[in-house]
Design a protein around this ligand. Sequence first.
Ligand code: F0G
Length: 455
Amino acid sequence: NKYVAEPYKVKVVEPIAITTWEQRKKAIEEAGYNTFLLRSKDVYIDLLTDSGTTAMSDDQWAGMNLGDEAYAGSENFYNLLKAVKEVYGYEYVIPTHQGRGAENLLSQLTIKPGDYIPGNMYFTTTRAHQELNGGTFRDVIIDEAHDSDSEYLFKGNICLDKLKSLIEEVGAEKIPYICMAVTVNLAGGQPVSMQNLKDVYTLAGEHHIKVMFDATRCVENAYFIKKREAGYENKSIAEILKEMMSYSDGCTMSGKKDCLVNIGGFLAMNDEELYTKATQMVVLYEGMPSYGGLAGRDMEAMARGIYESIDYHYIHHRISQVQFLGDKLIEAGVPVVRPIGGHAVFLDAKKFLPHIEQEKFPAQSLAAEIYLKSGVRTMERGIVSAGRDKNGNHHKPELELVRLTIPRRVYSYAHLEVVADAIIDLYQEREKIKGLEFVYESPVLRFFTARFKHV
Ligand code: F0G
């Protein structure tokens, strides 16, 4: 069987909205053609994000009833610490309310004005925190990552030559750490190879530069290494993950993805000095170092989710669902980023809507049309998400994408078939789709709240 069946059965159900075209038209107009501003009650199949949208297991829900809500020294914190140590191998952990809470701590503690942070493609909140602290992000991902047609199997890899040039150009002392995402969200959920992780860590070590992972989707990365990299086919996900993390000095984690929870994250590291500084700072922004921004029950759910996530059957099914949707679209000739990534299928809006120039926001417009047609909610990941540079000009990313993000353990293959059919239909009538212009634009992370109208 090419697409593996669910390794779980359903115990609780949540009805979803079946809407009419007229209702959706009203809803998307009220939302200013921004899918972030839709109300979820108006959404049929919600592929906005895989973040915090996971269905937790019965064991995680049981854990929620074992919350030790002591202000300090909660038992659940120690369970989380144990899970992070056993599964990822890091010595110290600071829970945060979600991934960006950890990004805030790491950026404030390590970045000085004038510093450079190399990374394998930017992520919105990650870069925003780096810039807020006076740093400059430099993209050192391999060129293949910017080409939606390249079938390269590890499009998340860092280009060692680009990294070396940056070190020569600015000097190692101006690079507080290398930010390495496993997998790379905005490249299309593309993985990094073990070899590349090893090479980057070695190069960084020679220059005494730290490597910090954005470990948000590290289990998905481990799965791709098992399937695609020679020598790993017989290793377990747990073994691969442990080895991956050994090529880093720490990580920021959005637990809302691969830790299988609805809220939570952490900053983890091996360096005691950085840990001590982080314990001083976390009390200002999140809470005591033993709970960060989380309730005891949330830490318990995350600890249990970390163990569940390394089960081969879980991750095999997860990636299989994403692949299923991707294959349907590819068979119908719809332009998507290839290979299909770990958490989502990304439509190439430049190829889908070649008649709309990038400044008229083709991906934003396509996301709105998909909703209008089918009630399926997706997300723009193109020029709107990329924001503006210091001089106020749009960053113009090579990739202008609409992301169909698959929540973990939530939808069935039948749901994904509905999604594929709607997009294939829309592709047949794509010339009718028009561009957009801003009605409102926020200065930071504008994609969350921007409003648009048709040009
Ligand atoms: N890093 C990556 C790679 C992410 O995808 C996200 C969140 C974060 C960091 C920040 O984590 O949301 O817990 O604060 N990505 C979500 C998404 C929002 O939809 O891609 P957070």
